[in-house]
Design a protein around this ligand. Structure first.
Ligand code: NAP
Length: 439
């Protein structure tokens, strides 16, 4: 009997898109087809946004990491952590050695507003703030001024909501979480008591999802404010606009519950401001004030009324989406890898996840995305595997590659360090120390 052809696939990026791509390949194996998978990750730590994106007070979402580790434990899966594709290893070195290369590198650069004052100290992107509190080694030194009493979050999506909760909840609620130590200490010392969340359209247009909204009335130490009239008007506009789908109905109901919950007089407050378009961030040496234009909705369209209002603050966090950080050898368009349904035309490169479709969807969305792209990848495979030689010989000797055994040691060390403190893990944020934990 002929041996089963074994195709070699490189996956770049050890986040949800990367692991679900590996899983889709593993699931597609048959008596006629098998894969060996090499996963490359620039950090010594794995799991992408599950580690450095998901909010620490949402530990259930992180349990998907168990699935990732199961995928990594399957035969013919190799991990090359601490290896940066585009820097340590070129795309041109990967492509000839693999039957396919799948870019699962996400989108890590925050979109900007393009308004005056955005560069002032105290104005930062969620793309910096989120990895700061999650202990991403590159973001440990982000300056997050927490000495004022007010913060303003711009954007009405789930990332804005995560940022608002991290600033707005009582910090003891973060004690049993894996919030990075530096951020945990800073948030305990934070003077911020009021967090505004500003959306440029109405509550009915917000990108928050209902489970996130439904958490708000349950916060034990924070009052959450949205004007009753704002919710009523949103309902009226939504009804006037036509049929209300299930998701919107669920959001409108969640808004009603927030608006109707009596305030308890907590000193910590989160307040939603809708129809508020950021116009300018003002300040001399740091952020002092944000000017918002007041919008209205006329005939279903968002219109600037010409009126403005301002909020005094020393901290503005912009959470309005992301674009991909370009990698040498890959072409990008509109902040994504240039692709046709996941194929990078004319190459043996594919892409899955935020790098492919932009920053949308929850972690599970990457599962169906990966399985769709893997189907195309399999359609495109040649009749015989390529046998282009092993990549290990090309990786510069000076790089300490973190393999699956090494990552397992890092993971175990963090979990053990956390256990003593009643936390799921204590994250190490120093790359050299992470590498030494793998030894
Ligand atoms: P998002 O859901 O696309 O929301 C972006 C928000 O930014 C929208 O409200 C948008 O308003 C606003 N925005 C865009 N440009 C703006 C501008 N120039 N001025 C003011 N506002 C502007 O993006 P995200 O919050 O970054 O989340 C990314 C994805 O991750 C989403 O699919 C999200 O659900 C997911 N996620 C999920 C969770 C979870 O499941 N718990 C947590 C975090 C993230 P317009 O609608 O008016 O454009």
């Amino acid at each position: 009997m002929d041996p089963v052809p074994r195709y070699k696939i490189a996956i770049v990026g050890a986040g949800p898109a990367g692991y679900f791509t590996a899983q889709a390949l593993q699931n597609a194996q048959s008596d006629d087809l098998s894969f060996s998978i090499d996963m490359f990750e620039r950090l010594p730590t794995m799991w992408g946004l599950v580690r450095s994106g998901v909010a620490p007070d949402h530990p259930k979402i992180k349990t998907v990491a168990k699935v990732f580790e199961k995928i990594a434990s399957e035969p013919d899966f190799r991990l090359f952590g601490n290896v940066e594709v585009g820097t340590d290893l070129d795309i041109e070195e990967l492509c000839p050695r693999y039957d396919a290369v799948v870019m699962c590198t996400g989108s890590s650069i925050g979109k900007t507003l393009g308004i005056p004052g955005e560069d002032l100290p105290g104005s930062l992107s969620a793309a910096d703030f989120v990895p700061w509190y999650n202990g991403h080694p590159d973001y440990v030194n982000v300056n997050v001024p927490l000495d004022g009493d007010t913060a303003v979050i711009i954007g009405a999506g789930n990332v804005a909501m995560d940022c608002a909760r991290m600033l707005g909840i009582e910090p003891t609620e973060l004690d049993p979480t894996d919030t990075a130590s530096h951020a945990h200490a800073a948030l305990h010392a934070s003077k911020i008591r009021k967090v505004y969340i500003a959306g440029r359209r109405g509550p009915e247009h917000a990108a928050f999802t209902a489970p996130e909204l439904r958490e708000l009335p349950k916060l034990e130490h924070t009052d959450v404010i949205i004007e009753n009239s704002a919710v009523q008007e949103a309902n009226e506009r939504a009804q006037a606009a036509g049929e209300i789908d299930k998701q919107l109905a669920s959001n409108l109901e969640a808004w009603r519950l927030i608006a109707e919950k009596p305030l308890e007089g907590h000193d910590r407050v989160m307040e939603f401001r809708f129809l508020s378009a950021p116009k300018e961030i003002k300040g001399t040496d740091r952020v002092e004030e944000v000017i918002f234009g007041i919008n209205e909705i006329k005939g279903g369209k968002v219109v600037d009324t010409g009126e403005t209002y301002s909020i005094k603050t020393n901290l503005v966090i912009t959470a309005i989406g992301y674009h991909a950080l370009p990698i040498k050898g890959i072409s990008y368009r509109d902040g994504k890898v240039e692709n046709d349904e996941g194929r990078v035309l004319g190459t043996n490169i594919y892409t899955v996840g935020w790098a492919k479709r932009g920053p949308s969807g929850v972690i599970g969305t990457n599962k169906s995305d990966a399985s769709d792209v893997v189907k195309l990848l399999i359609e495109d495979l040649g009749p015989e595997p390529k046998n282009g030689g092993d990549i290990s010989v090309v990786i510069p000797q000076a790089i300490k590659v973190i393999d699956q055994a090494g990552w397992t040691k890092i993971n175990a060390a963090e979990v053990a360090a956390g256990e003593a403190l009643g936390k799921p893990r204590l994250k190490e944020v120093d790359v050299a120390k992470l590498i030494s934990l793998a030894e």
